[in-house]
Ligand binder design. Structure first.
Ligand code: C5P
Length: 224
């Protein structure tokens, strides 16, 4: 991206996974490393944006000079995004958010019960963060979402793009181990609300992030 293509813009980026507490020593989470979100935050900062990174659990450290808000659960991430969104020009939702959380979180370590082998964990639905922002975004605000799919990638991603009112969907096939979660490389298909699609070659997450920033600067924000 050109050095100042996002100058004066305030952008929220989410990264990493969420942790949904079961008891004091256990939680539900996912394989997200935070690499893709951190790469987007870095590229946006290099393009001159004021970046707030809302970070779940991550295997990478965010770059310096970025305002970082650390969160644990999906509800925490929802509250942080909700608080920042009104004053932002856009949100890039790269975090891997848990769709469900345990219905209750025990305040003591759950013990095995010899009389009742096995156990059932009741789950309830979490808020959909980006969909909620999509429902209330102003005409001057943009939303970028990600879709990690293992099957019917384009069909599923297109549905989410529409349902969540995104301006750009970044879809990737996580059934391939050399790309996606944890890897340094990625291969994505950019999808626009007007039906345009563009697939990248396998390339670094840094390169994918620069392309996302370019699309935001030259395509999405031009229309706002
Ligand atoms: O999980 P799913 O594939 O539907 O995620 C698509 C997009 O929606 C991603 O950008 C993800 O960060 C976001 N999402 C969210 N809140 C959820 C689930 C997903 O913001 N509860």
């Amino acid at each position: 991206p050109t050095p100042q293509s996002l100058a004066g813009k305030k952008i929220i980026v989410t990264a990493g996974g969420t942790r949904e507490r079961i008891d004091p020593v256990r939680y539900l989470t996912n394989d997200s490393s935070g690499k893709m979100g951190v790469a987007v935050a870095t590229a946006a900062q290099q393009a001159g944006a004021e970046v707030t990174l809302i970070a779940g659990s991550m295997k990478v450290t965010p770059p310096t000079g970025i305002n970082v808000i650390s969160v644990t659960s999906t509800n925490d991430m929802y509250e942080a995004v909700n608080e920042q969104f009104a004053s932002a020009d856009g949100l890039v939702m790269a975090a891997a958010v848990s769709d469900f959380r345990p219905a209750t979180s025990a305040d003591h370590k759950i013990k095995k019960d010899k009389d009742h082998p096995g156990m059932t964990l009741e789950l309830v639905e979490n808020p959909d963060i980006v969909a909620t922002m999509g429902a209330k975004k102003r005409a001057d605000q943009f939303l970028v979402g990600f879709a990690a799919e293992t099957n019917d990638l384009k069909q599923n991603a297109q549905k989410k793009l529409t349902a969540k009112h995104l301006d750009l969907m970044v879809a990737n096939d996580v059934s391939q181990s050399q790309i996606g979660f944890n890897s340094d490389d990625n291969q994505v298909t950019f999808m626009w609300p007007d039906g345009r699609q563009q697939q990248t070659p396998i390339e670094s997450k840094a390169k994918v992030a620069e392309e996302i920033v370019d699309i935001i600067a030259t395509d999405i924000l031009k229309e706002k």
